[in-house]
Design a protein around this ligand. Structure first.
Ligand code: ATP
Ligand code: SKM
Ligand code: MG
Length: 192
């Protein structure tokens, strides 16, 4: 490794270390909570790589999430999601944004708990409805009224998301504020 590369590598670990981050951060929570868009900004702040599990699945399959659901069904999507997340957890610390249902799957949740530091991004239903309404890419929200679906999913999933290591409110923008809340939660965890 060249000196410059070594220096950069050292810098990468040191910013994250200041916040006590020595394993991959895994963002969990409902569709629209901000896992992808907040996660990308958090990664920049901590000088860590960013990766999105939905995007990785799409790359591997050469299809969109909606197409995978349509052609193979949700069960196949979930097993692909588990395999992708297992691979993403097997390496140096990074920021992983998961799909909204990943942490609900028992096997995927066990992997994340074993190797990652999970953070639940929690936003109010009306905020989620507005945010997810901006793009028509989420297959689970196309089967009925999005507000009813998100309300039901929030009820069903909250006990699982509550198993995350940290919980951060993500209703109030801008994204940078949520990043700030995550950094504060990491600092508090380090100090505890
Ligand atoms: N704190 C925020 N302030 C303002 N807008 C936000 C905030 N967080 C997310 N958004 C917006 O909400 C939309 C959905 O966000 P994002 O794609 O990051 O959600 P997600 O949790 O990754 O959802 P999914 O589970 O479907 O992948 C985007 O348009 C994003 O810019
Ligand atoms: O909440 C969910 O179950 C999902 C969320 C999205 O990120 C995608 O992973 C997919 O649309 C399913
Ligand atoms: Mg996302």
């Amino acid at each position: 490794m060249t000196n410059a590369k070594q220096k950069n590598q050292g810098k990468k670990t040191s910013v994250a270390r200041q916040y006590g981050v020595d394993r991959t951060i895994v963002l969990v929570g409902l569709m629209g909570a901000g896992k992808t868009t907040v996660g990308r900004r958090l990664a920049r702040k901590l000088n860590l790589p960013f990766v999105d599990s939905d995007h990785e699945i799409e790359k591997a399959a050469g299809m969109s999430v909606a197409e995978i659901f349509e052609c193979f069904g949700e069960a196949d999507f979930r097993s692909g999601e588990r395999r992708v997340i297992e691979r993403l957890l097997d390496g140096k610390p990074q920021i992983v944004a998961t799909g909204g249902g990943a942490f609900i799957n028992e096997a995927t949740r066990a992997l994340i708990k074993d190797k990652g530091l999970s953070i639940w991004l929690d936003a109010d239903i009306d905020v989620l409805v507005e945010r997810t309404g901006r793009r028509d890419t989420r297959p689970l929200l196309k089967t009925g009224d999005p507000k009813e679906i998100l309300t039901r999913l929030a009820e069903e999933r909250a006990p699982f998301y509550a198993e995350a290591d940290l919980k951060v409110a993500s209703s109030n923008g801008p994204h940078e504020d949520v990043v700030g809340e995550i950094l504060s939660a990491l600092k508090a965890r380090k100090a505890a």
